[in-house]
Ligand binder design. Structure first.
Ligand code: SF4
Length: 312
């Protein structure tokens, strides 16, 4: 059982992708209302070796010793990966020892104002930062950041990355009804995108319960209307769970294990992670598909969101 690796999972844009998690749950510089991992318990911008370099490298070497067929190693997981002060060293290790495998960084992008961090990421093949707001008020409302962050510096960091980094930047924007979908916020976001100049922009919305109750996703038509309003090149909508399941392979064993577990009693995401020993991000993908296909449903209780078999 690996502690810091998960997958590999097939993804439309990254091919066969092995996840690498450098952060314990749940250390992050943001506490986004829509976060699928859970509430941030350590809201910080302090970069530390939260997960030890040596233990990550030992797992990576063990995994790679079987010569697996993977296209990308993707830095993502239970919090903000750039908070790990050794992310640059891990990237360099992969580049040196496994040069045929590409690397992708899924980051909230808030720490990119730090020149040293930007330098560390130069070795990555793709950086996928997120940006959900372009006004200070909406940044605070949707992303609930560390007090040490502000939207101006955040956007400046993304602009600086674009200037210094030669790889691809795929910017992700998470949209929620009644939050960042007003004309005013969308116009500000458009101006930020024009400054950042990412290679592509991906629009995402809620398909798993967030940390706040009552969040409403945008429909596909509403997201398309935003694309039409912006009139920007290379903006696309991230596929819904139903659409994703047809393009990504899926382990029937994991699905059965999840269904059998919640048939015994309703479980939270954390319960499933603890019982089955599968990474939260991976379980979330299965829960998305199972909910979309009407096999399970969610119930909000005091201890959090529970999954149970859907009562017909
Ligand atoms: S969605 Fe990402 S950036 Fe936001 S709180 Fe969760 S882990 Fe942090």
């Amino acid at each position: 059982m690996y502690k810091h690796l998960f997958g590999p999972v097939p993804s439309r844009r990254l091919g066969m992708s092995l996840g690498i998690d450098l952060i314990p749950k749940k250390v992050c510089s943001l506490n986004c209302v829509y976060c699928e991992v859970g509430k941030t318990t350590n809201l910080t911008i302090e970069r530390l070796e939260y997960v030890k370099y040596d233990s990550v490298i030992a797992e990576l070497d063990k995994f790679m010793s079987d010569d697996p067929k993977i296209d990308y190693i993707t830095f993502s997981g239970s919090g903000e990966p750039t908070l790990n002060s050794k992310i640059g060293a891990v990237l360099q290790f992969i580049k040196k020892n496994y040069p045929t495998i590409k690397t992708a960084i899924l980051t909230n992008g808030t720490l990119l104002y730090d020149k040293k961090l930007r330098k560390e990421l130069l070795d990555a093949d793709v950086v996928l930062p997120s940006l959900d707001a372009a006004s200070e008020a909406m940044f605070k409302k949707i992303d609930r950041p560390s007090k040490k962050l502000n939207i101006k510096t955040y956007i400046q960091g993304l602009v600086a990355l674009r200037k210094e980094y030669k790889g691809e930047i795929w910017l992700e924007i998470f949209l929620l009804k009644g939050y960042n979908d007003s004309k005013k916020e969308l116009q500000l976001l458009k101006e930020a995108i024009l400054k950042i100049k990412p290679d592509s922009v991906q629009l995402n919305t809620l398909d798993r319960p967030g940390t706040k109750q009552g969040l409403i996703p945008l429909t596909k038509n509403e997201m398309q209307a935003i694309i039409d309003f912006w009139e920007l090149p290379n903006v696309e909508i991230i596929a819904s769970p139903e659409e994703r399941s047809s393009i990504e392979s899926y382990s029937g064993d994991i699905e059965t294990a999840i269904l059998e577990t919640i048939a015994r009693r309703p479980c939270t995401l954390d319960d499933l992670h603890n019982f089955l020993g599968i990474h939260i991000n991976e379980i979330n993908k299965y829960l998305g598909k199972l909910e979309a296909s009407g096999k399970i449903e969610t119930v909000a209780l005091d201890r959090g969101v529970f999954y149970e078999l859907k009562h017909k």
